[in-house]
Design a protein around this ligand. Structure first.
Ligand code: ADP
Ligand code: MG
Length: 684
C-alpha cells in the first residue's frame, strides 16, 4: 500500500474515525506513521495484588473470580464491577459506562489490568483499568506504551492499533532519506527500526536510538533545504557595486565607529561588490549602532547610482530614522524621502512620483514601502530594520520590488547562532558584538508591590535632576490591545498624572492611537516636554531618547526576557546613569527566577539563550510568528546539540554535492523538494 493511501482504508479506521484523524493532521498512511507519540508510559513491570502501591499506576496479572455485574445507576450512568484474584490477593475492578466489559471479562480467565490503585488497604480497587488477556501478546500492557495527542472520537487504543496496522502494511516501504554515509558516520538507526521503536519501543535504549535518528533526520533535511536555497541564491546575479569612497561618510558621522561597526560595514560592502545579491543579517544588541551601519550601506548604494529603501517596523521609528539619516546623509548629497501610511494624499503622490523618477535616493518607510503602487526607478538595496516584526513573507515581497536587490536585515533580537541559521535560513550573518564606548551598565532591579512608594519617590528624584522616565505596561501586541487592557493603561496613566505625580508632566502612548498622535507624543517626550511617558510596548523597538534614565516595567512577568531586554535598551543611551525597575507581577517563583536573569546580565545573547531554555522558541520570539518551521519531532529548545550536528552534516554533504544530484542523494533531494514546496512563500 502506498504512503499516500487515505487513512480511512487502514484496518480499524473507516470513514468516521478518518475525520477524527484529520483533526490531528493525519489523512494519509504516511502521516499516520509520522504522527509520533507525545509521551510514553512504561507499563512493563508486573506486580501481584499484594505488591500494588496505592495511588500509583500499576500492571497486575489476575484471574476474574466472579461474573461481572452491571448496575444502572441512572440514565446515562451504569457501573460494571467484578472481583479479580491472584494467588494471594483480591481486588475489585470497576468500569463506568463500559457495559461491554460484562461480556469481555470471562470468569476463570486471566488478564493483565493496568490502572491507578485506589480503595483501601486490604481492599484495592481499579477504576476503568486498561486490560488484555494474559495469553495475548503484550499490547496495551507489559510494555512501553505510546501516548498520542488526542482528539474527540479517538482513544489511545484506537490510534495505537491504527499505527500498528499502518506499520505492518508500509514498514518496508518507508523511504530511507538519509544517505548511507551520513547514517553510518553519525551512527543513526535505520528507518524501519526507528519507526517501529518510536511507536512501540522494545526498551528504553531502542526508543532513544529511534528518537535520535528521527530528530536528526528532521533537522538534517531542514538544514539541507536551507543550504540548498542559499546555494541557489548565490547563483543569481545582483547589482555589482564598486566600493564607494567612504571617507566623507566617516567624516560626517558624529562619532568614531566601533571596530564591530567597521567590520560589519566592510562585510556589507564586500557583498555588494560581489556581483551576487547580498542577503545579510546584521545582529546587534540594542544600542550597538545598527543605524550607522545601515546608513553606510545606503551611502554606498547611492554613490553607485542606485536607490535604497529602508523599512522600519513602526511609523515612529521610520520618522526617527528619516530625521537622523537626513541630517547625516543630505549634506553628502543623498536625497532622502519618507513614505508612511499617515502621509497626506498629496505628499504621498509627490513622494511616489519622485521615487519612480529616481529623484529620491533613499526612501524610508514602513510597510507602506511594499504596498502596491509603490515604484522605484532603480531599487538595488533594501534594508529591513528590526526584522523579526516584518515576517519573512514581507521580506520576500520586498525582494520582488527590485531586480535581485541586495537585502540587509537588521535585528536586535539576539538569536543563538544556530537558530539564526534556521530563522533566517538563507542569510549571511554579521554580529555587532561591541557597544559604543562609555556606555554604562543599566542597573536593573526586581521589586514587589511593597516597593511601589519608594520607586515613585525615586522617579520624583530623577525627574528633579532633569531626567525622564518610561513606564511600560503590558499589552498583548501593538495591534492587539484589547479594550480592557487599554482601559487599564489609560486609567493607570490618569491615576499617575492626577494623584501620584500631580506636579509632573505625564504622557501616554499606546497602539490604538493614530500614527500622527503617537508621533506627537513621542516627539514631545524626546524634546523633554514630558517627564514621564506611560506606554504599552509600542516603544519597544528602536526609539532613541538619550535623556531617559529610568525604565519601569509593570507586570514584568508577562514579558519575555528578550523583550524586556529590548525595553531596557531604551534607557542608558546617553551619558546619564540609567536604571531599570521591574515590578514582578503575579507570575510566581518561576517568573521571578526568569526575571532575575535580567538583573544579573546586560548581555542580550546570554539572555536569549536563557529565554530559549526557559520558555522555548515560540515564546522566545514574543509571538507565535517565530519564523521557525513546524517540527514533527525535533524541538529547537532541547535538541540544540543534534541541530548543530545536523547542520554540519548538511554543510558537508552539500559541499560534496551542491545540487543533490548524486543517485544516493535522490531520496534526500525529494525530501528537500517537499519541504520547499510546503513552505513556498515562507522561505523566499
Ligand atoms: P541600535 O543598534 O539599537 O539601532 P542605534 O543605531 O540607534 O542603535 O544607536 C544607538 C545610539 O548610539 C545612537 O544615539 C547613536 O547615535 C549612537 N552611536 C552609534 N554608534 C556609535 C559609536 N560608534 N560611538 C558613539 N555613539 C554611537
Ligand atoms: Mg535601531
Amino acid at each position: 500500500m502506498r504512503l499516500d493511501t487515505n487513512v480511512q482504508y487502514i484496518k480499524g479506521v473507516g470513514e468516521e474515525r478518518a475525520k477524527a484523524f484529520a483533526r490531528l493532521g493525519v489523512t494519509t498512511l504516511g502521516e499516520l506513521v509520522m504522527n509520533f507519540p507525545r509521551a510514553y508510559e512504561d507499563r512493563r513491570e508486573l506486580r501481584t495484588i499484594q505488591e500494588l502501591v496505592f495511588g500509583d499506576m500499576c500492571c497486575v496479572s489476575a484471574t476474574v473470580a466472579s461474573q461481572p455485574v452491571l448496575t444502572r445507576i441512572r440514565r446515562g450512568l451504569d457501573i460494571t464491577r467484578c472481583v479479580v484474584v491472584d494467588s494471594a490477593g483480591r481486588m475489585t475492578v470497576t468500569f463506568f459506562n463500559q457495559s461491554f466489559v460484562r461480556r469481555a471479562l470471562i470468569p476463570g480467565e486471566s488478564y493483565i489490568f493496568y490502572g491507578r490503585v485506589e480503595g483501601r488497604i486490604g481492599a484495592p480497587e481499579m477504576k476503568n483499568p486498561v486490560f488484555e488477556k494474559e495469553s495475548n501478546p503484550p499490547g496495551s500492557t507489559r510494555r512501553i506504551v505510546p501516548v498520542y495527542r488526542m482528539t474527540a472520537g479517538l482513544s489511545q487504543r484506537v490510534i495505537a492499533s491504527a499505527v500498528r496496522a499502518g506499520l505492518d502494511i508500509c514498514g518496508d516501504e518507508l523511504p530511507e532519506r538519509l544517505p548511507e554515509g551520513v547514517r553510518e558516520r553519525y551512527r543513526l538507526a535505520q528507518t524501519r527500526f526507528s519507526y517501529e521503536n518510536i511507536h512501540f519501543p522494545r526498551d528504553m535504549e531502542s526508543l532513544e536510538l529511534a528518537r535520535r535518528r528521527l530528530i536528526f533526520e528532521e533537522l538534517f533535511i531542514l538544514s539541507c533545504t536551507l543550504s540548498f536555497m542559499r546555494g541557489r541564491q548565490q547563483e543569481k546575479s545582483g547589482a555589482k557595486m564598486a566600493r564607494a569612497d567612504m571617507a566623507p561618510f566617516y567624516a560626517a558621522l558624529p562619532f568614531k565607529p566601533t571596530h564591530a561597526q567597521e567590520r560589519t560595514i566592510g562585510e556589507i560592502l564586500t557583498d555588494m561588490e560581489s556581483g551576487r545579491p547580498m542577503s545579510r543579517l546584521v545582529q546587534g544588541d540594542v544600542g550597538s549602532g545598527k543605524t550607522a551601519v545601515a546608513a553606510a550601506a545606503a551611502y554606498n548604494a547611492v554613490k553607485n547610482g542606485a536607490q535604497a529603501a529602508f523599512m522600519a517596523p513602526t511609523e515612529i521609528l521610520a520618522e526617527q530614522h528619516y530625521k537622523s539619516l537626513t541630517a547625516l546623509l543630505e549634506p553628502l548629497g543623498v536625497r532622502v524621502g519618507l513614505l508612511t501610511g499617515s502621509l497626506g494624499a498629496k505628499a504621498r503622490r509627490e513622494t511616489l512620483a519622485s521615487m519612480a523618477l529616481g529623484e529620491l535616493d533613499l526612501v524610508i518607510g514602513t510597510h507602506a514601502l511594499i504596498s502596491d503602487g509603490v515604484e522605484f526607478s532603480n531599487l538595488s538595496l533594501i534594508i529591513a530594520d528590526e526584522q523579526h516584526r516584518f515576517g519573512v513573507q514581507q521580506r520576500a515581497a520586498l525582494n520582488d520590488k527590485g531586480d535581485a536587490p541586495h537585502v540587509l536585515v537588521m535585528s536586535a533580537t539576539p538569536i543563538p547562532r544556530t537558530l539564526a541559521l534556521i530563522v533566517y535560513g538563507d542569510l549571511d550573518v554579521s554580529v555587532i558584538d561591541e557597544l559604543p564606548p562609555g556606555r554604562e551598565k543599566v542597573d536593573t532591579f526586581l521589586v514587589g508591590e511593597g516597593m511601589r512608594q519608594r520607586i515613585y519617590n525615586f522617579i520624583r528624584r530623577l525627574v528633579g535632576e532633569g531626567r525622564q522616565v518610561f513606564i511600560v505596561c503590558p499589552a498583548v501586541e501593538e495591534t492587539e490591545e484589547t479594550p480592557d487592557n487599554l482601559k487599564s493603561v489609560k486609567e493607570y496613566a490618569k491615576e499617575l498624572s492626577e494623584r501620584v505625580f500631580p506636579e509632573l508632566r505625564v504622557g501616554l502612548v499606546h497602539g490604538k492611537l493614530k500614527a500622527r498622535e503617537k508621533n506627537e507624543i513621542m516627539e514631545s517626550f524626546a524634546a523633554g516636554q514630558t517627564d514621564i511617558l506611560v506606554a504599552t510596548t509600542v516603544i519597544e523597538v528602536g526609539v532613541d531618547v538619550p535623556n531617559a534614565a529610568l525604565m519601569v516595567v509593570e507586570n514584568a512577568d508577562r514579558f519575555g526576557l528578550s523583550q524586556l531586554h529590548q525595553l531596557r535598551g531604551r534607557v542608558g543611551r546617553g551619558q546619564h546613569k540609567s536604571y531599570c525597575v521591574l515590578f514582578e507581577g503575579s507570575g510566581g517563583d518561576a517568573a521571578r527566577e526568569r526575571l532575575r536573569a535580567l538583573c544579573r546580565t546586560n548581555d542580550g545573547f546570554k539572555l536569549a539563550e536563557e529565554d530559549l531554555r526557559l520558555r522555548g522558541p515560540g515564546d522566545f520570539f514574543g509571538s507565535r510568528q517565530s519564523g521557525l518551521p513546524d517540527m514533527q519531532i525535533a524541538s529547537f529548545a532541547t535538541d540544540m546539540e543534534l541541530l548543530k550536528t545536523a547542520q554540519s552534516a548538511a554543510k558537508e554533504l552539500l559541499e560534496a554535492d551542491p545540487g543533490l544530484q548524486r543517485p544516493e542523494n535522490g531520496p534526500l533531494r525529494s525530501a528537500v523538494d517537499a519541504v520547499l514546496e510546503k513552505n513556498r512563500g515562507t522561505f523566499n
